[in-house]
Design a protein around this ligand. Structure first.
Ligand SMILES: [Zn+2]
Length: 41
Protein backbone atom coordinates (compact mmCIF):
# COMPACT_ATOMS: atom_id res chain seq x y z
CA UNK A 1 0.00 0.00 0.00
CA UNK A 2 1.28 3.41 -0.89
CA UNK A 3 0.20 6.75 0.40
CA UNK A 4 -0.77 9.35 -2.10
CA UNK A 5 0.96 12.66 -1.81
CA UNK A 6 -0.66 15.92 -2.65
CA UNK A 7 2.58 17.79 -2.87
CA UNK A 8 4.98 17.73 -5.76
CA UNK A 9 7.04 14.66 -6.51
CA UNK A 10 9.69 13.55 -4.11
CA UNK A 11 13.25 14.19 -5.02
CA UNK A 12 14.56 10.98 -6.65
CA UNK A 13 18.04 11.53 -5.26
CA UNK A 14 17.18 11.65 -1.59
CA UNK A 15 13.79 9.93 -1.71
CA UNK A 16 12.10 13.03 -0.39
CA UNK A 17 14.21 13.23 2.72
CA UNK A 18 16.09 16.29 1.68
CA UNK A 19 19.39 14.81 2.71
CA UNK A 20 21.65 11.87 2.15
CA UNK A 21 22.46 9.43 4.90
CA UNK A 22 26.18 8.85 4.90
CA UNK A 23 27.51 5.37 5.54
CA UNK A 24 30.25 6.76 7.71
CA UNK A 25 27.72 8.54 9.84
CA UNK A 26 25.89 11.82 9.74
CA UNK A 27 24.01 13.31 6.85
CA UNK A 28 24.52 15.70 4.00
CA UNK A 29 21.97 18.09 2.56
CA UNK A 30 20.76 17.09 -0.89
CA UNK A 31 22.02 19.62 -3.39
CA UNK A 32 19.40 18.59 -5.92
CA UNK A 33 16.46 19.80 -3.87
CA UNK A 34 18.37 22.02 -1.47
CA UNK A 35 17.06 20.01 1.45
CA UNK A 36 13.39 20.43 0.58
CA UNK A 37 13.04 16.79 -0.45
CA UNK A 38 10.82 17.70 -3.36
CA UNK A 39 11.53 17.25 -7.03
CA UNK A 40 12.08 20.57 -8.66
CA UNK A 41 12.88 21.75 -12.15
ZN1 LIG B 1 16.89 15.74 -2.80
Amino acid sequence: MKMHTHDSKECPYCSGKGYFQLLLGGSETCTCCSGSGKSKK
